[in-house]
Ligand binder design. Structure first.
Ligand code: AMP
Ligand code: ZN
Length: 114
């Protein structure tokens, strides 16, 4: 999608602090980190705006993102644990409508998720 921030980052048109890249996934540090480790994992292709649009046709991209999340967790030494969040829709706090997963770690997290 031509007017999508994360498509532009995936295409290298907007710089990012890259953590991992392969032919279909990019991971980069969040520009406004909410934890000592805050990494965004995106499918490079705009396969969905959010988790609300995951279907049998595009779910392989989601599975691949989670394989890479495990790899990044090992690479970043997140042995103490980490949290993966995906926001779907404005009411959930989504600001960039390109499917992505937040990896958060390095801080004591509350038992509650909200
Ligand atoms: P969400 O609110 O779930 O849609 O997450 C979007 C995330 O993208 C936010 O945590 C922003 O801080 C982050 N973000 C926005 N612009 C950039 C950018 N240029 N580089 C890295 N992260 C960004
Ligand atoms: Zn996009």
């Amino acid at each position: 999608m031509s007017d999508c921030l994360f498509c532009k980052i995936a295409a290298g048109e907007i710089p990012s602090s890259k953590v991992y890249e392969d032919e279909s996934v990019l991971a980069f540090r969040d520009i406004n980190p909410q934890a000592p480790t805050h990494i965004l994992v995106i499918p490079k292709q705009h396969v969905a705006d959010s988790a609300a649009q995951v279907t049998p046709e595009n779910s392989a991209a989601v599975a691949h993102c989670f394989e890479i999340i495990a790899k990044i967790a090992a690479q970043e030494g997140l042995d103490a644990g980490f949290r993966v969040i995906t926001n779907a829709g404005a009411a959930a706090g989504q600001t960039v409508p390109h499917l992505h997963f937040h990896i958060l770690a390095g801080v004591e997290m509350a038992d509650k998720m909200l």
